[in-house]
Design a binder for this molecule. Structure first.
Ligand code: X90
Length: 277
């Protein structure tokens, strides 16, 4: 039995991180260059290009063929995508799932709309690995992951939302407020969309606000997964606040890959946490 977890690259996990895991890249494009969000992507090079490029830039979701390529050969597939409210990745994965099942009638494919991105997807992937490890059957895993999803959340702090606003992913007035006043937007993923909650002046206040929001959303010592765009200090500072209260908390810190770097931008922090211990 070949079981596979396939995620799009917005989860910031590289292809082959574990034997049963595969990643499908999104793409970041400017008028001059295309960047494929896979393990070969040179992030420094992409960020340097974006800093000096003045024209239009954007992203595109994986194609049906790219999802199918990663499904190939598996008997059970759990595919997980960035929120369907902001990307076509989920649609692509669903069409791929249908096609794969037509071609392989014995195979089972379950597509999960994370209604989120980055570190919250990591939590779902880790839970899938755990459930598979427990030897549950396919339908039991699908039910259990759905239940777990109700206990995971995503919060973020962004210093710039230019790329989100230029690509129509948040309203323009919010973007203007951030860039004019040098504020950070602290918010959460709500119904699969960005939900700005607070404007904070300075990194320290933004991090304190993130922690307050996490507690208000029901965090009490569960798992914490942090990803950042060239901001290890911010990520560490948040982790330190968590550890003050929950010294043994399971926390990891990773760098954003291409897609999350493009949208979370310089200094961006994205935090997934579970309210289950
Ligand atoms: O299909 C595509 O081209 C991808 C479009 C993705 C747009 C949104 C990416 C957001 C990335 C920003 C902070 C966390 C927001 C969570 C929202 C649910 C990261």
């Amino acid at each position: 039995m070949n079981i596979r977890i396939v995620s799009d690259s917005s989860a910031n996990l590289l292809d082959g991180t574990s034997p049963e895991f595969a990643s499908v890249p999104l793409k970041i494009s400017t008028g001059e260059r295309d960047f494929i969000d896979n393990a070969q992507l040179d992030l420094e090079d992409m960020l340097a290009h974006l800093r000096q490029y003045r024209g239009k830039s954007g992203t595109s979701c994986p194609s049906v063929a790219e999802w199918l390529d990663r499904f190939d050969g598996a008997d059970w597939i759990f595919a997980i995508t960035i929120t369907s409210k902001l990307s076509g990745s989920y649609q692509s994965a669903c069409i791929a799932a249908q096609t794969y099942q037509e071609q392989n009638p014995d195979a089972k494919v379950f597509v999960i709309d994370s209604l989120s991105t980055g570190p919250e997807m990591v939590l779902l992937i880790e839970k899938l690995q755990e459930l598979i490890g427990q030897g549950l059957d396919f339908d039991q895993i699908c039910t259990a992951i759905g239940e777990y999803q109700a206990h995971t959340h995503l919060i973020f702090s962004l210093q710039s939302v230019d790329n989100l606003s230029k690509n129509g992913r948040i309203p323009v007035p919010i973007a203007k407020a951030v860039s004019l006043l040098g504020l950070r937007i602290v918010g959460s993923a709500l119904d699969g969309k960005l939900h700005p909650m607070h404007k904070c002046r300075g990194e320290k206040r933004a991090i304190a606000q993130l922690w307050q929001s996490a507690e208000e959303m029901g965090f009490h010592g569960g798992k914490v997964r942090i990803s950042h765009t060239q901001n290890p200090e911010g990520a560490q500072a948040f982790a330190a606040l968590v550890r003050e209260r929950y010294p043994d908390c399971d926390i990891t810190i990773t760098c954003n890959r291409g897609l999350c770097c493009f949208y979370a931008e310089q200094g961006g922090l994205i935090i997934g946490f579970s309210t289950e211990n």
